[in-house]
Design a protein. Structure first.
Length: 379
């Protein structure tokens, strides 16, 4: 086998972006992935003519024009705007919290009324906490109540958050919710970013563009023949779990995971929206994704006679299932710092992306980080 400047372990956004930049600079690159396909968690599977986000919904959004132009150089993005809906015991609310939400909850129509209602509830919470000698929120529940009041918390935050984390809100640290965006305008656009959309034809188009002309091997497990893979490249870009790279010698970092139940329905439209969150605790899944709404609009929805939905269940992570969300509590953050210390002893290994850096990344920041890291290593 040839010798390479870079072995990239993982073909998700970080690895594919880094590989593309290295290839453009004339470096020799090999990308390997243990899965049978490229793309990491943004991989799409075509079912009934619908691009299904196999590992959960991914919605691209950014204010960074360089990143937006970069991804659009590989594939054109559509006009999709993320406007999720919350279902609380059969009643629907628009998200994020905005004047539409407040009208649905309290039948009020002006920003002044909404501000007064929320402040009234916040003040009542502050008063009760102070009566009990509590000056600062001790947990997520108290933090959320202090930010948005009782009604919004009980209907739209409590049950969803407890399902997401598998713990009571009173057992979760307050820092998880630093702020809760509240908009006193009628605007259901979840993101404030200037650029937003989905690649036309799905995310596979983006990954195919990034990896064009680059040697790749799928179904290749780095840890299955580690000595071989490390011997064929001067540098390694590792996008897997940093604790696994070091054989868990300091202990395991913890994650939350997600289980998906996929259904094909012989109707053109199941829920009328791409994302519907289920915020009451009685329903086990956190949300339903209807994938066709990411790329089909207007009359095109009815032209496709089937639809595909995914029910998402938040679960505890264990070896053998996909790690999704880092649990950045004190214990895990301290362990991460210890792993980062020993990682410095491997200067030819670049640890990048969600798993290797043990932090949650949206897609645009993942690309930003890959670009930034590549440029730093070329200096």
């Amino acid at each position: 086998m040839s010798h390479y400047d870079y072995l990239v372990v993982g073909s998700g956004l970080y690895g594919a972006t880094f590989a593309h930049l290295a290839k453009q600079a004339g470096k020799s690159v090999l990308v390997i992935d243990k899965r049978p396909h490229w793309g990491g968690n943004i991989y799409c599977e075509n079912i009934e003519g619908i691009n299904v986000h196999k590992y959960g919904a991914h919605i691209f959004h950014t204010n960074n024009k360089e990143v937006w132009d970069f991804v659009n150089s590989f594939v054109e993005f559509n006009r999709y705007t993320n406007s999720p809906v919350a279902n609380y015991k059969g009643k629907l609310f628009n998200l994020p919290f905005n004047m539409n939400t407040f009208y649905q909850m309290w039948h009020i129509t002006t920003p002044e009324e909404a501000q007064h209602k929320i402040e009234e509830q916040r003040e009542e919470i502050r008063r009760k906490l102070l009566q009990n000698g509590i000056a600062e929120p001790r947990n997520l529940e108290e933090q959320a109540l202090m930010l948005v009041g009782t009604d919004i918390y009980e209907a739209l935050i409590k049950g969803y958050t407890e399902k997401q984390w598998g713990r009571k809100c009173t057992e979760l640290p307050a820092f998880i919710i630093k702020r809760l965006p509240v908009r006193f305008v009628f605007d259901n656009n979840y993101f404030n970013d200037r650029y937003q959309g989905i690649p036309i034809g799905g995310y596979n188009k983006l990954i195919e563009g990034l990896l064009y002309g680059i040697e790749t091997i799928t179904g290749a497990d780095f840890f299955g023949d580690r000595n071989h893979w490390e011997s064929i490249a001067d540098n390694i870009v590792f996008t897997g779990k940093i604790d696994e790279f070091f054989n868990y010698q300091l202990g395991h970092l913890e994650y939350r995971s997600v289980r998906f139940e996929q259904e094909v329905h012989e109707i053109p439209n199941y829920q009328g929206n791409a994302v519907v969150n289920y915020t009451d605790a009685e329903i086990a899944y956190t949300r339903i994704i209807e994938h066709k709404h990411f790329e089909m609009f207007g009359e095109d929805i009815a032209k496709c006679p089937h639809t595909v939905i995914s029910k998402e269940y938040s679960t505890e992570w264990h070896n053998g299932i996909e790690p999704y969300y880092p649990i950045n509590d004190e214990r895990n953050n301290q362990l991460l710092e210890e792993y980062k210390t020993i990682a410095k002893q491997r200067p030819n290994v670049i640890f990048g992306g969600r798993l290797a850096e043990y932090r949650y990344y949206d897609m645009a920041p993942t690309i930003e980080q890959a670009i930034s890291t590549y440029r730093k290593y070329q200096k």
